[in-house]
Design a protein around this ligand. Structure first.
Ligand code: UD1
Length: 420
């Protein structure tokens, strides 16, 4: 299995191009199942999770074509030949459950493997299922699969989410677009990826109001049509490279990065002593003087994202003073802590909070992580650590970061992938 070798201590400088958002691309690809016409997505990132979603769409019998040579455009469309999302694909990527809403809405049926546990917690899909039930779907669980059926089609409903789940909001938004009548999703998640999905659905003929708010109103239409949609830049990739610039005391221009999508990340970085400013078609990031310990608590957007928690912790590991980082979204998302501590960080976890006492320097070591953001936090830490850090289990990184070692090496990092 590939590993990443980093010799830390070099300040980053230069430009990194931010790719399309993985977490926008995945639901948008699922939205391609809502119409037989072609949905053309541009700015698609080249990631393992995207390849998994392509395989899933193809498994439903729908064509996924790449009309351009660069692989960044996908054209999805066709008749649905199979409504099954098998265990082998879903277990690789939880976001596979996003095909549930589109399939039931379009053909009245879906059989989707339950995702089961994952490294960062139990992550149920009860809110997805309850919402679909409210829309008239009959849900059965059998042999590890969710079977949803609505042979007469879905009907509009007033849904109040018990918590603003990103995936449930997306699944129900897609389903409601083809339901009969009006659906209201209250306490909806309002991550920029959801607005991106809603904008694309509108371009496909959906009638949605309240985009960007926690209350979405959808007037169902009989059919959706094809469209072309450019995926928004990845705000988590942006935030990750901002932490990388900051931890090395360097400065980066993050092309395509959007300040208006960063939410609390920009504020927390500013408090920590990192300047993030909007420029033409991107953001510039630089560390001002020292880094200061800054508290943060993960929350739904526009709060501090759970997907940035590990990277912030790496940064805080070398800040002056202490930082308390509280995780409120997932119950088991501190697996990077013992690994960061192997690099010399001083982090203690108490329940849902981690106390990070900054140290003057980290020192390189072999490390390994069990999820995507944890892995990249070790890369960020390794960039600042003295000596050699080897990050094992790189396949996690490849799920969500395109060409991470090339992008960092081009800005002065000593980083390479070791094959095998
Ligand atoms: C999405 C993101 C993921 C991010 C997460 C939170 C994608 C592909 N993934 O995941 O990177 O970390 O948002 O920002 O976009 N919950 C329930 N019942 C449900 C659904 C969720 O209890 O039916 C709980 C989860 O266990 C979790 C919380 O709600 O505690 C948030 O989960 P959710 O927003 O649904 O995350 P995902 O959509 O899975």
């Amino acid at each position: 299995m590939d590993r990443i070798l980093i010799r830390g201590g070099r300040p980053l400088s230069g430009e990194i191009a931010i790719g399309g958002a993985k977490n926008a691309a995945l639901p948008l690809m699922a939205a391609g199942l809502l119409t037989p016409e072609r949905l053309v997505l541009t700015n698609v990132p080249q990631l393992a999770d995207i390849a998994t979603m392509k395989a899933l769409i193809a498994q439903h019998g729908v064509a996924v074509e790449q009309p351009t040579n660069d692989g960044r455009t996908l054209a999805i469309g066709g008749e649905i030949a199979s409504t099954e999302a098998p265990y082998d694909i879903v277990r690789k990527m939880r976001a596979s459950v996003l095909v549930l809403g589109p399939l039931v809405a379009r053909v009245g049926e879906a059989r989707v493997s339950l995702p089961g546990g994952c490294a960062i917690g139990t992550r149920p899909i009860d809110l997805h299922l309850k919402g679909l039930e409210q829309m008239g779907a009959v849900i059965r669980l059998d042999g590890g699969y969710v079977h949803a059926s609505a042979p007469q089609g879905l009907r509009g409903a007033a849904i109040v989410l018990a918590m603003p789940s990103v995936g449930a909001t997306e699944n129900l938004l897609m389903a409601a677009s083809l339901a009969d009548g009006q659906t209201i999703i209250a306490n909806a998640a309002r991550e920029p990826e959801i607005s991106d999905l809603a904008d694309c659905l509108v371009a496909m003929g959906a009638r949605i109001e309240g985009i960007g708010t926690d209350r979405l109103t959808i007037e169902g239409v009989r059919r959706l049509h094809g469209a072309t949609h450019a995926i928004i830049p990845d705000r988590i990739e942006t935030g990750t490279y901002a932490c990388a610039a900051a931890i090395t005391g360097g400065s980066l221009f993050l092309r395509h990065g959007r300040l208006d999508h960063l939410g609390a990340v920009a504020r927390v970085l500013a408090e920590a002593g990192v300047e993030v400013s909007a420029e033409d078609d991107g953001l510039s990031v630089r560390r001002l003087n020292g880094l200061h310990g800054t508290d943060a608590m993960t929350e739904p957007y526009p709060g501090f994202p759970t997907d940035m928690q590990a990277q912030l912790m790496a940064l805080m590991a070398v800040a002056e003073g202490a930082a308390m980082i509280t995780e409120t979204i997932f119950e088991n998302r501190f697996m990077h802590v013992p690994e960061l501590n192997r690099l010399g960080a001083r982090v203690n976890v108490h329940g849902a909070s981690a106390i990070v006492r900054g140290v003057p320097a980290l020192s390189g070591a072999p490390v390994m992580a069990t999820d995507l953001r944890a892995s990249v936090s070790l890369v960020v830490a390794g960039l600042a650590a003295r000596g050699e850090t080897i990050v094992n289990r790189v396949y996690h990184l490849d799920r969500g970061y395109e060409a991470v070692e090339q992008k960092l090496a081009a800005c002065g990092a000593e980083i390479e992938r070791l094959a095998g």
